[in-house]
Design a protein. Sequence first.
Length: 408
Amino acid sequence: MTAAASLALGQRSLKDPDLRYPLWPPLTQGCPRTSTDTVAYPVEVEYDHDRVDPSLFAPGVPRGRASGLDRWAPLMPPLAAPGLGEGGTPLVEIGEGVYVKDESRNPTWSHKDRLNRCTVSAAVGVRAPGIVVASSGNHGASAAAYAARAGLRCVVFTAEDHPPAVDAFLHAYGAVVLPVPIAARWPLTRRVVDEMGLHPVSNLTPTHTGHGFGPEGYKSIAYEIHQDLGVPAALFVPTGYAELLYGVWKGFTELRLLGVTDRVPRLFSCEPAAGAPLARALRAGQPAVEVSPGPTDAYGIASPVGGYRGVVAVRDSGGRALEVTDAEMASAREELARSGLWVELSAAAGLAGLRQLSRLGQVEGPVVCLSTSSGFKDRSVGASRRSEPVSPEWEAVRERLRAEGIHG
């Protein structure tokens, strides 16, 4: 149940850091003493920072040191589940001072692999027979992979119209896939937890808390960006429940606490304008709000409810909550494709947010946009443009090339 490399001490309330709890068992429904019937406050993992080896953040990977999340094991929850080589994703420059952290290079092609290495480790730590997750996309695919790697059963409550690629992922990993109406996913997840003893790796609360161990995995994104670039002026983050946003903020906050850096970048959350619960919570001065999202193709971040983590990350970093339209995300996705990066529509929200502020002259570099997942995860894959066959005669090929603007 323990990993000697972890310096985790326990769990503490994000609402009131003076409220502390043991590390085990993980509190999967937030802080029991500050949460109410309408607002749930997350817990986070606390570490013995005084015992962190200064060489942990030395440039490069010293000989003999693990890579991926294992490299950062002292500042991770105990990594009791075996990994899949998650992390270590490239930072790609797509313009002067503009970088993209391409999380599609993770084992299941999304950022969720960092989270699920930690949450499935929690399931292993409490000796659960399996995990259960409510997800219509990346989270479920990733959870299924890490459960399979750890020898655990996995139940996924997913949307009835989840993407074909995600469905293929889930079945390949041996998950029990149960498409149900969206509103039924979370009550059913709770029943599976309560009656069958599976460990939850997604949300169980009225406003989002998720799993307290999960966002710790996202801290590694901050560590990697710092290794490659230092501290950027700003980060633009596709945002649904804001676990990713918070994890990156916490990673940079730890770097400052440890004296590795002297500042934290500004964090810009980038939500679909069709819902945007975090933006609304910040405007209203609330810890979290519930919304009724309108139509959007950015299904991966179209969240009906926010969580307190996002409020903390935006507020304490001096950032802002941005609302981006589907058209802005589509334009950003096309720009990324011209740079050789094919991403899911939701994954382009970060660049869409940057371009929105750039038009107003409000951005200074260097900046990093997080791109969360591969274009294979979009619902539109298979329904988009098909290549038209061409006759193999040179005249026909030459005519087609000229029609595309290619001239000899």
